[in-house]
Design a protein around this ligand. Structure first.
Ligand code: PHE
Length: 345
């Protein structure tokens, strides 16, 4: 009886086949698991008379071995097929990698740096968290000068929630880098100071609590206002096209004397007057002037021997003029629909 069952199962095992790994697992369970048919025969084996035990035992072991071998064979077949399917095709065209885009402010900042580097300016960097001395004190702001308020400075509280007077602040212009350069280097000095600045303003389409500046400083013997004008005209033509004109209007900054604000001919209407330039044909782009002798002296530079000019512009403002970005907030919202428009730059 047991022999017949063994023969019968042996036949089944020889023909065992499976179309996939699940079917194969079903077969393993059917024959070899704890409740499997082959395992059941092993249980019956206990009843076999002693004189037949040897022969039937061998048959049973053979049956189990054949089942195991067949199952392993099938398993290997599936694995080989799977590996074949997953084989790398090195000749396949690769999926395109989505490249990021340059931020418009970076593009414009680099363009400004590039233009000034061609006339000998090098880049200088400084900290964003500054002290009063470098941002205001050495730049000829009197101790109670309202410009500290005028520029809506963010002061850093030494103890949280306690608004004690403090001289630690977020720089409100990168002129602070210029004071650092003047106190650590000897003239001739020709530096460009790009960087982020902070002012306590309500965020709107036209104002933000941080923005970016590029300021410039040139100190040497006999530097004149004409040199300043020439450098700024060169910059404006390079940045906005050869037909660009400039106009300097008298202004006031504590650190320059005389001081001026510079307009360029409106690059939208070409100077004939449009809604962008409010019909005037001019748009303001930067502040500038001759470095005040008090500033030179405060930084340890002999104002009788040396003179210099300085200028400062907002990168957002220049970007606006170049790319017509109407809302300042777009620059810091990281909306890829906006950023992607600068893909080809
Ligand atoms: N520091 C000035 C500002 O932030 C800009 C400026 C720089 C003006 C240099 C004159 C000379 O507005």
């Amino acid at each position: 009886m047991l022999k017949d069952s063994i023969q019968n199962l042996l036949g089944q095992v020889r023909e065992m086949n499976a179309a996939n790994a699940e079917e194969l697992e079903a077969l393993r369970i059917k024959y070899l698991s704890k409740k499997g048919e082959i395992t059941a025969l092993f249980n019956e084996f206990r009843e076999v008379p002693a004189d037949q035990k040897r022969e039937i035992g061998q048959m049973l072991n053979q049956l189990r071995q054949q089942a195991e071998t067949r199952i392993n064979e099938l398993k290997e077949q599936f694995e080989a097929k799977k590996a074949e399917a997953e084989k790398l095709d090195l000749t396949r065209t690769p999926d395109p990698i989505a490249l990021g885009t340059r931020h418009p402010l970076s593009l414009v900042r680099e363009e400004i740096e590039d233009i000034f580097s061609r006339i000998g300016f090098t880049i200088a960097q400084g900290p964003e968290v500054e002290d009063d001395k470098h941002v205001y004190g050495m730049l000829n702001f009197a101790p109670e000068h309202p410009a500290r308020d005028m520029q809506d400075t963010f002061f850093i509280e030494k103890e949280i929630g306690v608004q004690k007077p403090t001289d630690v602040l977020l720089r409100s212009h990168t002129s602070s880098v210029q004071t650092r350069v003047m106190t650590s280097q000897k003239p001739p000095i020709r530096v460009l100071c790009p960087g982020r600045v902070y002012r306590n303003e309500a965020i709107s389409a036209r104002a933000h609590c941080f923005f970016h500046q590029v300021e410039g400083l040139y100190i040497d013997k006999n530097v004149s206002f004409a040199d300043l004008r020439e450098a700024l005209l060169y910059f404006s033509k390079e940045m906005f096209g050869p037909e660009t004109k400039i106009r300097l209007r008298p202004s006031y900054f504590p650190f320059t004397e005389p001081s001026a604000e510079m307009d360029i001919s409106c690059n939208i209407c070409g100077g004939t007057g449009c809604s962008f330039c409010k019909g005037t044909g001019w748009v303001e782009i930067l502040g500038c002037g001759m470095v005040d002798p008090n500033v030179l002296e405060a930084c340890g530079i002999d104002s009788k021997e040396y003179s210099g000019y300085a200028f400062g512009m907002g990168v957002e403002r220049i970007t606006n003029l170049k790319y017509r970005v109407k809302d300042l907030r777009l620059f810091s919202e990281n909306d890829v629909r906006f950023l992607r428009q600068f893909e080809s730059c």
